[in-house]
Design a protein around this ligand. Structure first.
Ligand code: 3PG
Length: 209
């Protein structure tokens, strides 16, 4: 899972109101060159969307985001999610993810969060909300005391094609997450060609970085 994410370095944060959008969205991302999807457990359609992607697109690494409790972790895993993320750090959620065999990245924002995550055995962490929590300077500061532990971050929150390169140049950054190229309005409008265009643009920017 980590190798797949490190290869592309971009995780699309997806909110789907209708599971019927999952497949055309997957096609649009694949057409743009991206084979990773994080479908957030914020809507009733999330579970079914993950199930559809897992069944129909074995070439896609599909994950579940916004996993806030043990039940959601189990449901995501049963639906076929191959990884999970959360905006915050919940030891119970981490424990259940480990029990069911779901690679899991909790969210952190402070040095204490990072230490808690390390003590829970987690080394690939979502840094959220990235821009609000200090962005690139904060990640560089965290790299000082924690870089030698092998911890890596997936900053998410406020990232776009305009600032993604500055994040990806920080050595402790494994990948970035963002919703700008899979925006709800684009999905609702079925504007798949624009999603493909923005995906291609994002991947090119990541490649340059
Ligand atoms: C989220 O979990 O909502 C992500 O942080 C997305 O943030 P963004 O919409 O700013 O990309």
């Amino acid at each position: 899972m980590i190798d797949r994410i490190l290869a592309k370095r971009i995780v699309p944060v997806i909110v789907l109101d209708d599971a019927a959008s999952a497949e055309p969205l997957a096609e649009a991302l694949l057409a743009g060159g991206l084979d990773i999807m994080e479908i957030t457990f914020r809507t009733a359609a999330a579970e079914e969307s993950i199930r559809r992607i897992a069944n129909r697109f074995p070439e896609i690494l599909v994950g579940a985001g916004t996993l806030l409790d043990a039940d959601q972790v189990k449901r995501a895993k049963d639906a076929g999610a191959q990884f999970g993320l959360a905006p915050g750090l919940n030891p119970k959620t981490i424990e259940v993810a480990r029990e069911v065999g779901l690679p899991f990245s909790p969210g952190v924002m402070t040095p204490s969060d990072v230490e808690r995550a390390l003590s829970e055995g987690c080394k690939l962490l979502k840094f959220f909300p990235a821009e609000t929590a200090g962005g690139v300077p904060m990640l560089k500061a965290l790299a000082g005391p924690y870089g030698h532990t092998g911890v890596k971050f997936i900053p998410t929150g406020g990232i776009t094609s305009a600032n993604l390169a500055s994040y990806l140049k920080v050595p402790v950054v494994a990948a970035i997450g963002g919703s700008w190229f899979v925006d709800k309005a684009l999905v609702a409008a079925g504007n798949w060609s624009e999603i493909t265009r923005l995906t291609r643009e994002a991947l090119a920017a990541a490649q340059d970085a």
